[in-house]
Write a protein that binds this ligand. Structure first.
Ligand code: PLP
Length: 394
């Protein structure tokens, strides 16, 4: 169609396409590529969850569920959140089952933001946060977390950017892309600031099950924080269910009811068979989760040691399945490094700059791939670094 004027909304036109996609597209046309690019488990969803979905179809459960999701599932989520993370939620009024954590983030932002209100986004960050804040009419305010602080935010960094327009702080622990995981004390420091300035915290806890060194602490479990936290979670990562598109959001009733209005008009409900699979995953999935976690921990230890040994310094990520080494010593920018590595050694990683300014000088390597593949990938990266060495420790 020849266009005499743009039909596209300005805020969408101004939006940059995800930098991760560009690398996937480049890699997808090449043979023999080892991908450390994708942020999804290499495990298949547990058989019992798959079977529950099949059974739901056999029984003919093919209609809509209640807008906030099957009550049985919401009750199971409430039980899980209480038992596993020590946060009580009322299943009938404080939980919505969503189409992935992605939709939960979207409706949370749309429910709370008036035009021009600000949300603090800690970079490097998951690529969706800032575009979704803008789409909701808000203004993302980036705060750069730094390598020397293990990519953890310092309280004074938050204080410096808070204005009378600030509505919320967005946190993600364990973090995508850095794997950094905030301790209880570090969460408390963020919580104190939220309380002092009367802010909400949108806490993306999608990697809560994948925490390797310490007991996981939910932001909502910190004293005084349950009612100012919008807790985002889901089944994609911990339960290896990315393709089912199933997530959930928990918050105080007023916030949830506001989100529910958007959810019921835009989505109606999450897919029914996925909800049955999620129910089964919660009821019987803890052994599977433990096994996956053990495997990720082994891989994390291997990849972090290998990267450090070849001179790409990497902090020890406490959770998720990403290593975020520095490539500064090679003299390349993160885009140059990722592109050359892909072309010369057929290893796909994501350049750190796509996650924000302070991600420059780093690459994201997902270790959600088999140990054999990781070993081969590390061999190739080592050879690449050796061939391009400027001042790397060999
Ligand atoms: N939040 C973070 C931090 C993520 O890394 C991802 C996916 O990569 C999501 C949310 C989206 O998860 P879902 O598949 O549940 O939409």
């Amino acid at each position: 169609m020849k266009q005499t004027k743009s039909y596209i909304a300005k805020k969408v036109e101004e939006m940059k396409p995800s930098g991760i996609r560009r690398f996937f597209d480049l890699a997808s046309g090449m043979k023999g590529v080892i991908s450390l690019g994708v942020g999804e488990p290499d495990f298949v969803t547990s058989w019992s969850a798959r079977e529950a979905a099949i059974l739901s179809l056999e029984k003919g459960y093919t209609s809509y569920t209640a807008n906030p999701g099957l009550l049985e599932l919401r009750m199971e989520i409430a039980h899980y959140m209480k038992k596993r993370f020590h946060v009580p939620y009322e299943p009938k009024s404080e939980i919505i089952v969503t189409v992935g954590a992605s939709q939960a983030i979207d409706i949370a932002l749309r429910a709370i933001l008036n035009p021009g209100e600000e949300v603090i986004v800690l970079e490097p960050s998951f690529v969706s946060y800032s575009p979704l804040v803008s789409l909701a009419g808000g203004v993302p305010i980036a705060v750069q977390t730094l390598k020397e602080n293990d990519f953890k935010v310092l309280p004074q960094q938050l204080e410096e950017v808070i204005t009378s327009n600030t509505k919320a702080i967005m946190i993600c622990s364990p973090n995508n892309p850095t794997g950094s995981t905030l301790s209880k004390e570090e969460l408390k420091a963020v919580a104190e600031i939220a309380k002092k300035h009367d802010l909400l915290v949108i806490s993306d806890e999608i990697y809560a099950e994948l925490c390797y060194d310490e007991e996981y602490t939910s932001m909502a479990s910190i004293e005084g924080m349950r009612d100012r936290t919008i807790l985002i979670s889901g089944f994609s990562k911990g339960f290896a269910m990315t393709g089912w598109r199933l997530g959930f959001v928990c918050a105080e009733e007023g916030l949830i009811q506001a989100m529910l209005k958007i959810h019921q008009y835009s989505l109606m409900c999450a897919p029914t068979m996925a909800q049955y699979a999620g129910l089964e995953a919660l009821q019987s999935g803890s052994d599977d989760v433990e096994e996956m976690k053990k495997s990720y921990r082994r891989r994390r230890n291997f990849i972090v040691d290998s990267l450090n040994e070849m001179g790409l310094t990497c902090h020890n990520p406490g959770g998720a399945f990403y290593a975020f080494p520095s490539i500064v010593s090679t003299g390349y920018t993160s885009e140059e490094f990722a592109e050359k590595l892909l072309i010369e050694e057929k290893v796909a990683v994501v350049p750190g700059n796509v996650f924000g300014e302070s991600g420059e000088g780093h690459i994201r390597c997902s270790y959600a791939t088999s140990l054999e593949q990781l070993q081969e990938a590390m061999k190739r990266i080592k050879r690449f670094v050796h061939n391009h060495a400027c001042n790397v420790v060999k």
